[in-house]
Design a protein around this ligand. Sequence first.
Ligand code: SAH
Length: 394
Amino acid sequence: MGYVWKRVLTPAASRLFLYLCIMIIKEEKLTIKEILDREDFTRENIISLLNSEGADRTLLLKKSADIKEKFIGNKVWFRGLIEFSNICSKDCLYCGIRKGNKNLVRYNLSDDEIIAAARFAYVNNYGSLALQSGELESPNVTSRIENLLYKIKDLSKGTLGVTLSVGEQEHKVYKKWYEAGAHRYLLRIEATNQALYNKIHPNDSKHDFNRRLGCLKSLQDIGYQTGTGVMIGLPFQSLDDLAGDLLFMKNFNIDMCGMGPYIEHVDTPLSAYSDELLPLKDRFDLTLKMIAVIRIMMKDINIVAATAMQAIDPMGREKAVKIGANILMPNITPGKYRDSYKLYDNKPCTEDSAEDCQSCLEARVSLADAEVVYGEWGDSKHYELRRSKEVSSK
Ligand code: SAH
């Protein structure tokens, strides 16, 4: 056998053959530069990127910053964030506003307060606002939000874009709100590995992974710009899970991404695992790398610089903008309620007013050498392209 081998291949050719075999079997041996030059990333490639340190990490962040500049420009769009209620029917094990947390004053803004906040966004030319709350499903909630949407469209003469982030709902409810003018929806899947999802949620029908997934599909089918995301640095979470999360987003063809570091909240069951977590600064760094990788994988989607990043690093959101994020959500919730929308400990800006948030964010954006675009919806380019392809294939 050895004789045949030697006769067929010259020594140089057999060395090359052996080298190729090793490269194929051990794909993870690619350098970061080689991975970054590829069209598509495998799960192993993504894990290598998330593991990158030093000069390799710099290469990753530089590549995503370049892609952002090329496909989006050094721009940032605002979504004025109204956290209109912290009342929630769910009991997610990580979340400070979970139903079971009794150490929390519950609030629900009046319609007038919501409309006043929306008017602030309109007058200040924000372009868009986002309505977020705990998760409730009822005919009252459906019609309340529907009416608010009509009012917001009315007061802004149709010019304010609206993102909703009010959790899992029936298909027909999403449809009603879409028809009333909401055109973007943010529903984080939280963790795409179902086993991990089940570890961070109660094990009952109210916290069903497949329902959440079905909701995302409904949103996409109805025509929303559909956003999802995960928490990074959760207990029990591996880099393999995070790589799976990014591949899920790519395969699902999302239009918007909102990911942030997991930060423990003292009044939640998951805080019992604090000893097992990565240090906060490593969770932050992993979030930056996750943003960089998704920006490279999905060049034209909208990516939010999550507030939770600023809870860890005072310059957190600027760092995210610099390497790939293009959406910021200045908080325009009336100040007296902010302290009660505590998803995690040390949530920043709870003492600020809406005006404080605007000037602070504007200064921060310029620190990231970017520019706030006022008066535009700042829709996901990915969505426009996806929809035009869907129309032309019909
Ligand atoms: N429940 C609503 C939105 C409110 S919570 C919905 O799902 O549509 C908004 C997001 O805050 C959640 O999706 C979750 O990803 C994040 N969050 C909750 N608890 C957190 C924590 N302890 N650390 C970091 N992010 C958290």
